[in-house]
Structures are given as C-alpha cells and as structure tokens.
Write a protein that binds this ligand. Sequence first.
Ligand code: FAD
Ligand code: NAI
Length: 475
Amino acid sequence: MSKQFDVIAIGGGPGGYIAAIRAAQLGFNVACIDEWKNSKGGPALGGTCTNVGCIPSKALLQSSENYEQAGHHFGEHGIEVKGLSLDVPKMIGRKDTVVKQNNDGIAYLFKKNKVTFFHGRGSFVAAKNGGYEIKVAGASEEVISGKHIILATGSNARALPGAPFDEVNILSNDGALRLGAVPGRLGLIGSGVIGLEMGSVWRRLGADVTVLEGLPAFLGAVDQQIAKEAHKAFIKQGLKIELGVKVGEIKSGKKGVSVAYVDAKGQTQTLEVDKLIVSIGRMPNTIGLAPETVGLKLNERGAIVVDDECKTNLPNVWAVGDVVRGPMLAHKAEEEGVAVAERIAGQHGHVNFNTIPWVIYTHPEIAWVGQTEEQLKAAGRACKVGTFPFMANGRARAMGDATGMVKMLADAATDEILGVHIIGPYASELIAECVVAMEFRASSEDIARICHAHPTLSEATKEAALAVDKRALNF
Ligand code: FAD
Ligand code: NAI
C-alpha cells in the first residue's frame, strides 16, 4: 500500500515548505516533495527564493555594497584603503555557503516538525478515495497518497523569443548569480526588480551596465515621485538606463551578445555586451505536475486558477505562491501557505493583499506598502501627502547615507494611512512599521504621536506623518 498523508505539499519553496511546517504544527501527517538539485545532485530545499532568488541576490548585494563602500566611501570617514582587490570566485563561494545554510535550515525544520521529505518530481496520478495519488520521480519512483494537496511549484524566468537562456552568454537570474568574473560590458533587458538588483551588483563590482526597458516610464508600478528619485540615483551611480525601447534580434557568439533595438526616438541601435541578463518577468511553473490527469484548471498564462482562499477547481487541492495570481514575492507565498494550512484545519487563515510590502534592495533601497499617489488619484480618492527627506534626518547624515525620503499618503477626510513609499537607507526595515500601522488601520496622526527613538531612521517616518498635517518639526 502507498504511504498515506493528510497533506502533501508539492514544491519546497517558501510557499510549500512553510505550508508543510504550519500543517504539521496543526497536527497533520505531512509530506513535502521538491525536485531542486544542488551541484552534487542532492536536495536543496527552499526553491527559487533560497537557491537562485531572494537569498543569493541579497548575499551578493551585500558583498558588492561592501566593495563599493571600501572603494569609494570609506575615505569620507577618514579610512584609507590601500590595495583593495576583488576575488569574485570567493564572493560567489560565500554566497553559495549562505544558500547552503538556508537549505540545511529547512531540512532541519522538516525533521523538527516531522514533515516527511521526498526528493523528486511530484505529479498527479489520479483522484482516488476522496484524495489523490501522487507519483514521486527521483532517484527511484514511488506513489504516495494525500487527502489534501498544496501546489507550490513556483515560477521560472521568462525568455525573449529567439533568445533562449544558455546561462553562459544569455543569463536568467540563475546565471546572473554565478558569474565567475566581472563582465566588462553587461546588458540587461528589463529594468524591473531583478534588472535593478543584478545591475547594481555587477556595476558595483566594475561592469559597464546598460539596461534596456520596454516601457516609457521607469518603475511604472512604483509611486512616481519615488521612481524619479530612484532613477536619478541610479544614473548618478553609473547605470545606463534606456526607456521605451523595442528589443529586436539578439545574437550570441564567441565575442558576446549583440542586441538590436529601436530606441525611444525610433532610431535603430545595437548594444554589444559580453553578457546579457534577461529579466522581463517570470512565468508560473506547472511543468511536470501532469495537471491534465486530474483536470486541474490553468489560465492562459499557465497559472493555476484559484479563488480568494487559494482553492483550485478540484476538491481539497490548493495552490499558493508564484504559481497563482498576485505578486511573485516570497512573503506572499509564505502567507498563503500558512493560510491554506489553517483553512485545511478548519481555521480562518487570511492574507491581506492591501498590506503586502514590496522592497527593491538597491542602494538606496526602495520599499512601499499600500497605494501610490497615482493610484489614489485615478480612483478619485482625495488624500493628504506628507514627505520627509533623509537629508534632514540626523542618523542618516551620521551614516553618510542621506539620499531619499519617506512619503506618506493619508485619506483627506479620515486621515487613515493609505500608502507609504520610502527610498533611502534601510527602507526594507522601515517599511515594517508602516505595514503594522496599515494592518491596524492607523491614521497618520497615530504615527505622528508615537515616540520614536532618537537618532533613528524611523524618525523620518514619524516626520512624514507630521508632514501630512503640515507640521514636520525638522524640515
Ligand atoms: P519557488 O520558490 O519557485 O519554489 C517552487 C519549488 O517547487 C522549487 O523548488 C521547484 O523546484 C519545485 N517544483 C516545481 N515543480 C515541482 C514538481 N512537479 N515536483 C516537485 N517539485 C517541484 N521575493 C521576495 O519576496 N524578496 C526578494 O528579495 C526576492 N528576490 C528575488 C530575487 C530573484 C533573482 C528572483 C528570481 C526572485 C526573487 N523573489 C523575491 C521572488 C521569490 O523568489 C518568489 O516569489 C518565491 O520563491 C516564490 O515561492 P514559491 O514557493 O511559490 O516558489
Ligand atoms: P519585473 O516584472 O519586476 O520587471 C520586468 C521588466 O521588464 C518590466 O519593467 C517590464 O516592462 C520589462 N519588460 C518586459 N518585457 C520586455 C521586453 N520585451 N523588452 C524590454 N523590457 C521588457 O520582473 P523581473 O525583474 O524579471 O522579476 C520577476 C519577479 O521576481 C518580480 O516581479 C518580483 O515579483 C520577483 N522579485 C522580487 C524581488 C524583491 O522582492 N526584491 C527581487 C527580484 C525579483
């Protein structure tokens, strides 16, 4: 007889592994199937996020920022660095160690929570006895059964037509995170989150970076006041960003890659680079799940169709994370995973899509929650705006990192905070206070009345809240 489980999670990224742990905490007998392989063919739990996404990109962003600081900014502090040098393989090795620590951490958590792990590809075999049979194809093959199935198979990088990823010259996020040397000239297609983070890493390490973006506006989804500030900062750092281009033929050869494109003025241009990163968004991944065997419904983009509660069209089959609608973010996948496990247990798991924070880990960092000024205007919702520049914040000046601002938007009538947009030092950490405030439906006055420690960057958030009422104290 096949092994029986109450819950089987297919996919061991942030959606699947967190769902598995939460379901186990709730007393279920849980399995998680994941097919990711490390360089030795063994398991590497954590999905895109841990292996080729959030974690390795942040490791390289940190290393490259340290190099940039030592090379260009320590002098301002009276610290002279002589003979500064760069060891890219060592930097990549450190990143790999950080990844492995995270892989091992999840394996440990599975043991601790008694989640049974299967290394291999999970696919539907049949619906049977009110549950489902799932084939696991790894080093060997077996069929296991589960009453509830949580699909968390994530996403893959989208390639440009006619330019498949070879991970040597034309790179996805995977190849972009394991270059053995700094490319002299690096091209990026797409100035979204990956384009800006990966472009920043390799520019700091010495590459001449050009980013080609299809849309005429820079960071179109971001509050445009913040996006303009970001654009200015990145140009000053030396990133070349061309907006409104139409990318044509891409040729890859021994000498590198050439990209034909039409620029915003309608002129035909060619970009010659040593390496090209294509970061034009990601596609939901259901390859190998065999959705047709059980009639699992997908939409035209290949995403699994779910309702607000992550239920698919099949009874007791749920789907979370990048493989369903909504932002492709690790914390969104985790929240959905927890909510689904709780719903299976008969509880009222919930995810508030209005308060999911976004962070772009460039320098300066960009972070936001809630609506932009443009979205509020388009919706006809009157709002008050308060901004406070880090230039007027004592801690930011002491750190020598005073670019950017906090911008708070509050309802004109009720003063409820509707959005907060930050560009500046540790925006990624500062945004948490704003998420909490919005979850509790705080007003800007609530933040303005709370005592914030001095000198901290968080005082800029308080001052932005005061500025909503036109009474900032330090600006
Ligand atoms: P994934 O993490 O993609 O995991 C899916 C897992 O399922 C994989 O291990 C896959 O091998 C496995 N799988 C697929 N099919 C099967 C099958 N049939 N059988 C068995 N296993 C299967 N998000 C953030 O919030 N913050 C960041 O800083 C951030 N940085 C990023 C940087 C980069 C370069 C990239 C590419 C992404 C980044 N993201 C970030 C996005 C984040 O990685 C994803 O949103 C997140 O990983 C989605 O989690 P998931 O569990 O849905 O899928
Ligand atoms: P993205 O959606 O962020 O950006 C893609 C960019 O490419 C857009 O600006 C788009 O207009 C442009 N584009 C699309 N087609 C194009 C074409 N043919 N020519 C030129 N430009 C084109 O996607 P990206 O950067 O690939 O990242 C994928 C996802 O991964 C993100 O949306 C995000 O969900 C996640 N991610 C999150 C991070 C974070 O939270 N810090 C970091 C990295 C990725």
